[in-house]
Design a protein around this ligand. Structure first.
Ligand code: MG
Length: 264
């Protein structure tokens, strides 16, 4: 889409992000369009408070970055012809297609550390949605955005730690490019009634670099671009996905602690 001249002027004045849309549907319960150019950016977190959490996997957790490539724990999204993501010294590099875990999960605690793609901090063309874009897809359906917004901005509902297309984070808690960031997530899967209608919505709490940026926020539905599709019934447990968006984002120390099964 061509960005209207007035938005470019506002962006030049630092008032709005140049990226985004105003021709998309309104996000239910808000005054904002999906990826609204005019939606305010959240404040930057106090730099003193930002600290990448390096917590190791506790007992009972599933470690998902092991070996020399993703083949031990993950499948490529595009099947047998897809590429695995290489792992060197415990760091996994996004590579050519999305991947998803072999194991399925319902409610869980997740920890991951990630950093922006090499060289992007010195490349002025790498900005907005093109600055180290990946994503954590719970149940391969609901995205928690991974993006470097430390030095470039994008539409608020698509920035770092946004519930993509729905809810910006409370703070921009990015460490500088090429420094590691941590996400600590509590994920609650949606439930569906027998008719297939959503009974309880998916819910997420995210702490980024020690700062709470999403606090029990409900997903409106599955993540999408330029729209908010409705919930569609799915299994109670599904794989976790990592997005390929053209950028070699790096991940390490990714582990999941599945919630204890509720007594029946
Ligand atoms: Mg993404």
């Amino acid at each position: 889409m061509r960005t209207p001249a007035y938005l470019l002027l506002l962006a030049a004045a630092g008032l709005v992000a140049a990226e985004g849309y105003t021709d998309t549907p309104l996000i239910p319960g808000t005054q904002w369009h999906v990826h609204d150019s005019a939606r305010p950016q959240p404040p930057r977190a106090d730099k003193e408070k930002l600290k990448c959490n390096l917590e190791k996997a506790p007992a009972g957790a599933v470690e998902l970055i092991t070996g020399t490539d993703s083949s031990a724990n993950w499948e490529p999204d595009n099947g047998a012809k897809g590429k695995h993501w290489p792992i060197r010294d415990g760091v996994m590099f996004a590579n050519g297609n999305g991947i998803h875990t072999k194991q399925s999960f319902g409610d869980l605690t997740l920890h991951v550390e990630w950093r922006s793609a090499e060289g992007y901090d010195k490349n002025e063309k790498k900005k907005g949605q093109g600055n180290s874009n990946s994503g954590i897809f719970f149940m391969r359906t609901y995205e928690l955005q991974v993006l470097d917004c430390s030095r470039t901005e994008t539409y608020a509902d698509g920035m770092t730690a946004a519930i993509y297309g729905q809810q910006p984070p409370a703070f921009n808690a990015c460490n500088p490019s090429r420094e590691w960031n941590s996400y600590d997530v509590q994920w609650t899967a949606p439930t569906f009634d027998e008719a297939g209608k959503v009974a309880t919505k998916a819910r997420i709490t995210v702490v980024m670099n020690g700062v709470k940026v999403q606090d029990g926020v409900e997903y409106i539905g599955p993540s999408s671009h330029r729209k908010n599709p409705p919930y569609a019934k799915h299994a109670a447990q599904l794989p976790l996905g990592l997005q390929w968006h053209g950028d070699v984002v790096e991940f390490r120390n990714l582990w999941i602690l599945p919630a204890a099964k509720a007594a029946k």
